[in-house]
Ligand binder design. Structure first.
Ligand SMILES: Nc1ncnc2c1ncn2[C@@H]1O[C@H](COP(=O)(O)OP(=O)(O)OP(=O)(O)O)[C@@H](O)[C@H]1O
Length: 316
C-alpha cells in the first residue's frame, strides 16, 4: 500500500497512521511524493518529504518528478490542444500529471492501493464547487471513498476534519509543509477555503462543513440509482435500427432521459469533459419542446437532430 504525500498536514498525518497500522496488519507500506516542478526549490522539498516518510518507517519511499503541461497545450482530457476542446486551468493540469505519476508508481511497485489525504473539509469544498457548476447531483457527490481503476485510490480521511489531521501532526511533532497555492487567492479552491466556507459558517453555523460532506454521500447514492435506472432503460428507448425513439424518451422522467441523452452523446463522440448540462438540455428540447428546431451542433463535432420521431446523433 502506498500513501501519496504532499508533505502537507493531511497527508503527513495519513502517512504516519499508515506507518503505524501497516506492521500490525502485516502489509507492506511505502510512500510517494510528486514534484510538480512548479516552484523554485520544489525538488529540495520533495527530497525533504521523502526523508520524513522514510523516518516514519515507510519503505519504499520515492519522489517522482512530473512535467505539468503548459497552458497552451492543455485540454480537459490531457490530450494536445487541437481547438474546440475545453482548456483546463493550472490546478487541473497539475492534478492530471499527479495522478498519472501515482498510477505509474503503483503499477511499477505492485501496490494494491494508493491512499490520499482528502478530508471532510476538502469534500465540502468539492460539493460547493459542484453546486456552483450547476450540473446536477453527480457533481454534488464530491469525491468517492474508493475510486480509480479497480478501486486503486482510497480516501480514509474523508470523514475526518482537517483540524484533527493537523492536531495529529502537532501531537507527534511531525513537521508539515503548507503549500502556498492553498492560500493563494488566485486559485478558486483557495478562495473557497479561506473566504467562501468561513462566510457560510458565519451565516449558517458551524455544522455546514459536515452537512455538505453528508450531502456528498446522499447525492452519490441518488446519482448511482438514477444512473442504474438510465442504464436499464437504454435498450428499451431504441427502435429496431438502434436509433433513439423520441416518444419513448418523452415518457421517461427528465432525470433518467437526460442521463440517457448524455451517454448517447458521449457514445456518438462528444468528449465528456466538454459536454455541459446546457448542451444536454438543448438536445432534450428536441424531445420535450419540439417545434421543428434545426440540428444542434455539439462538442466533438457531434450533431443532434430530430427526424421522423427519431433522435439522430452523428459525428461530422
Ligand atoms: N505533490 C503531491 N505528491 C503526492 N501526493 C499528493 C501531492 N499533492 C497532493 N497529494 C495527495 O492528494 C491529496 C489531496 O491533495 P490536495 O492538494 O487537494 O489537498 P491538501 O489539503 O493540500 O492536502 P495535504 O494537506 O495533504 O497537502 C493529498 O492529501 C495527498 O494524498
Amino acid at each position: 500500500m502506498l500513501v501519496a504525500c504532499s508533505g502537507g498536514a493531511d497527508s503527513m498525518a495519513l502517512a504516519s497512521a499508515l506507518a503505524f497500522e501497516a506492521p500490525r496488519l502485516g502489509i507492506r507500506a511505502g510512500g510517494i511524493t510528486v514534484d510538480h516542478g512548479l516552484q523554485y526549490g520544489s525538488d529540495d522539498r520533495a527530497a525533504d518529504v521523502v526523508a520524513r516518510l522514510a523516518a516514519l518507517g515507510l519503505d519504499p519511499v520515492e519522489a517522482v518528478a512530473v512535467r505539468v503541461a503548459a497552458a497552451s497545450d492543455r485540454t480537459a482530457h490531457g490530450a494536445p490542444y487541437a481547438g474546440g476542446a475545453r482548456r483546463v486551468g493550472p490546478e487541473a493540469a497539475a492534478r492530471d500529471a499527479r495522478y498519472a505519476a501515482l498510477d505509474e508508481a503503483a503499477e511499477r511497485l505492485g501496490a494494491a492501493a494508493v491512499l490520499l489525504g482528502h478530508t471532510r473539509d476538502d469534500q465540502a469544498e468539492t460539493v460547493l464547487l459542484g453546486l456552483a457548476r450547476g450540473s446536477g447531483i453527480r457533481s454534488l457527490s464530491g469525491m468517492a471513498a474508493v475510486s480509480g481503476d479497480s478501486g486503486r485510490y482510497r480516501r480514509p480521511f474523508l470523514q475526518l476534519d482537517r483540524q484533527t489531521a493537523r492536531t495529529a501532526c502537532l501531537a507527534q511533532s511531525l513537521p508539515v509543509w503548507d503549500d502556498p497555492h492553498n492560500t493563494d487567492p488566485a486559485y478558486t479552491r483557495s478562495r473557497l477555503r479561506h473566504e467562501g466556507l468561513p462566510a457560510l459558517e458565519k451565516a449558517l453555523g458551524k455544522g455546514v462543513v459536515e452537512a455538505l460532506a453528508r450531502t456528498a454521500q446522499l447525492s452519490r447514492d441518488d446519482a448511482d440509482a438514477l444512473d442504474a435506472w438510465a442504464a436499464r432503460e437504454e435498450a428499451a428507448v431504441r427502435d429496431e435500427t438502434g436509433e433513439l425513439d423520441c416518444a419513448r424518451l418523452y415518457a421517461l422522467p427528465a432525470a433518467v432521459r437526460r442521463r440517457i441523452l448524455r451517454r448517447a452523446l458521449v457514445a456518438a463522440g462528444a468528449p465528456g469533459g466538454s459536454l455541459f448540462a446546457r448542451h444536454v438540455e438543448e438536445v432534450d428540447r428536441l424531445i420535450t419542446g419540439w417545434r421543428g428546431q434545426r440540428a444542434i451542433n455539439l462538442p466533438g463535432k457531434v450533431e443532434a437532430r430530430r427526424q421522423g420521431g427519431r433522435l439522430v446523433l452523428r459525428q461530422g
